[in-house]
Design a protein around this ligand. Sequence first.
Ligand SMILES: [Zn+2]
Length: 237
Amino acid sequence: MSRLYQHGTLAMLMGKQMQGTITVAELRQQGDTGIGTLDGLDGEVIILAGEVYQAQSDGQVNHITDPDTLLPFASVHFDAPTQKLPFSSVTFSNLSAQLKTAQLQQVFAAIKFHGDFSHMHVRIAPKQVPPYPSLLSVAENQPEFEAENISGTVVGYFAPQIFNGPTAAGWHVHFLSDDRQFAGHILDFSAEQVTGDLQIFDEFVQHLPIDNPDFRQMTLDFDGLIAGIEASEGGRK
Ligand SMILES: [Zn+2]
């Protein structure tokens, strides 16, 4: 058995529910590896070997050591790879093609790989304050950062199309450099040679913040939801 645990949904962020509703300590009980964002959509979180890092929107990377730090949305799992991934000449756009034989289209999978990246392009969500704006308006104003010849680790997930809403279908991956100085939500990358692992899950746990009154009162515009996800998070297929 292999389990992916997700707290919150992308649809909730679309519904302006950006308040943190799970602590780092609670999240760590569900996994040692993953991605997310902090309270108020504050930056891009990457969790590696149980250590939590946050890229904030000015580009600075913080090591998050306070176990009470809150997150509105995060996905974690315990790293137990099922398949080795050495591949060459990999880019974000050919990632699915590179993994074609893994037949991921109907499953949740985690990917984690390390290498020297000739190019890395990330964006970092800026912190919002209540009353929270729409995710779309946040998405239109996100700082982007680029680096050349940077070594680091890519971590994230593939989600099947039918789960577009709870999360972003396709790939959602974050980057953290080896020197812990550069990180973010990946828009594009290229590398000649990377090594890493793939982990396929047979269980997807969707955890909801049932004690949060704002979440309980949220109303969602379902017609706008899918278009909004495409425009804001749009995972690569
Ligand atoms: Zn992200």
